[in-house]
Design a binder for this molecule. Structure first.
Ligand code: PEP
Ligand code: MG
Length: 755
């Protein structure tokens, strides 16, 4: 086999010169293919570019018929070139024509060539095209040649990514860099946002692709690898890995990869072929990402993600922080795209410029989802490869209700979503108008609508929605988004700020509801078989009274001179409530003894979320000042369905007879015993469910801010007495656990009640 004249390093140097020449895009590409052909001693060198419509088009060739340029096209998957594009893997054949995928394009005149070597043009894991060399003879391409062509491909990819070839593509399609992509994920926070991609972790910008001195580059690479290894070892040794959101397991995997000989060899080879150390890392990472995008096995994909993270660490070492794209210049209409993200990081962004959030990870109950909802930022999670599929500045649309993301949408799609956003805004405006309308049903029954909150950023919703107060303040959110345990004074400061924001409106604070799915990153996690049934909420509070005491004291101090309502989560027995009350009483005496002002009125309540309380209603009503039904958990325990497990979470309907009967029982008993009752689970915020609750006898509901408008619109059109009679009959006659949803929906529809 003839050896390449000058080898790959000389080729790269020549390419760099060509890149700098003041010539047009087509001329430059023609020169590049000529140079590659000469250097690789190939008779043919061609570049196929992926257009926006997914078709590969011959953009330049040395050796094939020149008339075929911009004429020969093939679909991804069609022919050898299409095969390379779809697999994103190189393909070397000594006799191309005997390969089953070979497809003959007569206009190219390629029938006389036998040997074929093609590599994908990759950028951030996406295939932008294919680079091919061909020889007349039945030649076998060596591994070094495959490597050299891949390195060369990287330079061509950069040229493509820089947009220089855009002008050569048909106007209608453009090149793949701009191809629209639709991704389905999980709805995290409602709303439609149109804007531009901002990568939460900006990519490293590699300015220098081609090595001046290969030896020096190898040394830089080795040094960086050594440093990364040491830093991982240190993280593992420090043991406070959870603090960084990285579990030990991930770090152990990092450590394993950092010593992976195959990975290291591939990067060293890329340097040996003439790339700088950072370009070599990027090249190998690009191959890895291409595999990641095609990997369906979640475990393997996760490992490839780990490798990607590791490569990023290496790039940061090599280029330093300065070369990381600046984050400070957040554009207007920014849509943040991230692999994963902590809630605190989201709060760091300028909210007035944020229009949406897209995450590769992050389920509906993740902390980031809670914060996105509180901030009113449309968010979609579990969007595969979101960070690889987007470039900073790309147009992007987030539909947080449907869980959809449109990347680089075409004009029609954009117009459709803009319309959707406009309609939504109009609806919001109508709800806004209801803000000061008294919350009274058509037949004159007064209903109290309150807000669920957990962060200070939730509080402005009080005046925006006209809610009567905060019916559930989830105090654990402060703990969940903090990097370390909030001190007693941190807690008191938050509660004081909440009171200040709430003004005259009452606030019901729930004591820490941690455990189960609510994990504090800085607290040692207790391994439990069934965390939802485990050591959580008031159980922790009573076993570790120091924590509960400190919180109660902070609440009492913050409420000095004002009315205060405290409730306890996950209470299963009257005794638990009594013990919690004793703690509060003791704190009260302590503060009073030490001359502190006390709340002007103190009410203590229980969350009814454990079914056992259904069978001690009389006793609990006699002891507690109020009951708040946590229907999310009550539903979970009543039907034995893990609310976090999407396979079962929606299996049973809260509008079925068993749940409705349980709710009715509480409403009636509490009323009969003169105990205030309210409901603060998600169902209170859904108009049809909320309507049903009023029919069952509830007169107070607490819900997320976005629900206040729709629920109020519903109740203004409702005749409660009529619904109560209807429900009474339906529940008497309901079959074996049937859902009443269709009948209730029919009830609403026939009476023009918006649900
Ligand atoms: C509930 O369980 O319904 C509830 C309001 O509490 P959380 O969702 O915080 O568990
Ligand atoms: Mg609960």
């Amino acid at each position: 086999m003839p050896s390449a004249p000058g080898g790959p390093r000389l080729l790269l140097r020549r390419l760099r010169e060509i890149m700098a020449e003041p010539v047009g895009a087509q001329d430059r590409l023609d020169k590049i293919v000529r140079q590659i052909a000469a250097n690789m001693v190939a008779e043919v060198c061609s570049v196929y570019v992926m257009r926006g419509d997914g078709v590969l088009e011959l953009f330049a060739t040395e050796g094939l018929n020149r008339e075929a340029v911009h004429l020969t096209v093939m679909r991804s998957g069609e022919g050898l070139v299409g095969l390379i594009a779809s697999t994103a893997e190189p393909l070397a054949l000594s006799d191309a024509q005997s390969h089953p995928s070979f497809s003959y394009k007569p206009e190219t005149g390629e029938e006389i060539y036998h040997a074929f070597l093609g590599v994908p043009l990759l950028r951030a894991g996406n295939t932008l095209g294919v680079l091919v060399v061909q020889n007349r003879t039945y030649r076998v391409y060596t591994e070094e040649e495959v490597e050299a062509l891949q390195t060369t491909a990287m330079v061509v990819s950069e040229m493509l990514a820089a947009g220089e070839l855009q002008a050569l593509a048909p106007v209608e399609t453009g090149i793949a860099l701009r191809r629209p992509v639709y991704q389905k994920g999980t709805a995290l926070a409602d709303g439609v946002g149109l804007g531009y991609v901002v990568l939460h972790e900006p990519r490293v910008v590699i300015k220098n692709l081609i090595a001046e001195n290969v030896e020096a580059e190898l040394q830089r690479l080795d040094k960086a690898i050594g440093e990364v290894r040491v830093s991982i070892d240190e993280l593992i040794e420090r043991g406070d890995v959870a603090h960084h959101g990285e579990h030990r397991e991930v770090l152990e995997t990092f450590r394993m990869f950092a010593h992976d000989q195959g990975w290291l060899r591939r990067m060293r080879e890329a340097v040996a072929s003439g790339l700088t150390a950072e370009a070599a890392v990027e090249r190998v990472q690009s191959d890895n990402r291409a595999r990641m995008l095609r990997q369906t096995d979640p475990y393997l994909r996760e490992r490839l993600h780990d490798l990607d993270d590791l490569a990023n660490r290496l790039l940061f070492r090599l280029v330093g922080r300065d070369m990381v794209a600046e984050r400070s210049s957040l554009p207007d209409n920014a849509i943040i795209v991230a692999r994963s993200m902590g809630p605190a990081a989201l709060l760091d962004y300028d909210r007035s410029r944020l229009r949406g959030l897209v995450l590769e990870e992050g389920g509906p109950t993740s902390h980031i989802a809670i914060v996105a909802r509180a901030l009113g930022i449309p968010a979609v999670g579990e969007v595969s490869n979101a960070t690889s599929l987007t470039e900073p500045g790309d147009a992007i649309i987030v539909d947080g209700a449907a869980g959809e993301v449109q990347i680089r949408p075409n004009a029609d799609v954009e117009a459709a979503y803009a319309e959707k956003a406009r309609l939504r805004a109009k609806r919001q405006e109508q709800y806004q108008k209801l803000r000061n309308v008294p919350s009274v049903t058509k037949d004159g029954v007064e209903i109290t609508l309150q807000l669920n909150a957990g962060l200070l950023v939730d509080l402005p919703h009080l005046s925006e929605t006209g809610a009567a107060g905060v019916g559930l303040f989830r105090t654990e959110l402060q703990f969940m988004i903090a990097e370390r345990m909030p001190s007693a004074s941190d807690q008191q400061a938050l509660y004081s700020a909440v009171f200040a924001e709430a003004g005259d409106r009452p606030v019901t604070f729930r004591t820490l509801d941690i455990g189960g799915d609510k994990i504090l990153p800085y607290m040692q996690a207790v391994e439990e078989e069934n965390p939802a049934l485990g050591w959580r909420a008031i159980r922790i509070g009573l076993d570790r009274p120091g924590l509960l005491r400190a919180q109660v004291r902070a609440l009492l101090k913050a409420a000095a001179g004002r009315p205060l309502k405290i409730m306890f989560p996950m209470v299963a027995t009257c005794d638990e409530f009594e013990r919690a009350r004793t703690i509060v009483e003791r704190e009260k005496s302590y503060l009073s003894h030490h001359g502190h002002a006390l709340p002007s009125d103190l009410k203590l309540g229980v969350m009814l979320e454990v079914p056992s309380l259904l069978f001690q209603l009389k006793e609990i009503c006699e002891r507690a000042d109020f009951i708040s039904i946590g229907s999310n958990d009550l539903m979970q325990f009543l039907f034995a369905i893990d609310r976090e497990n999407r396979r079962v979470a929606d299996r049973f309907d809260p509008l079925s007879a068993p749940m409705l009967r349980a709710l009715k029982l509480v409403a009636e008993q509490a009323q009969a015993l003169g105990c205030q009752v309210t409901l603060c689970g998600e169902i209170g915020g859904r108009p049809l469910e909320a309507m049903t609750l009023l029919g069952l006898g509830f007169r107070s509901l607490s819900m997320s801010p976005a629900s206040i408008g729709p629920v109020k619109a519903m109740l203004l059109a409702l005749d409660v007495a009529e619904l109560s009679a209807f429900l009474h009959d339906e529940l008497e006659n309901a079959g074996s656990g049937d859902t009443l949803r269709p009948k209730l929906a029919q009830f609403a529809e026939s009476r023009g009640i918006p649900v």
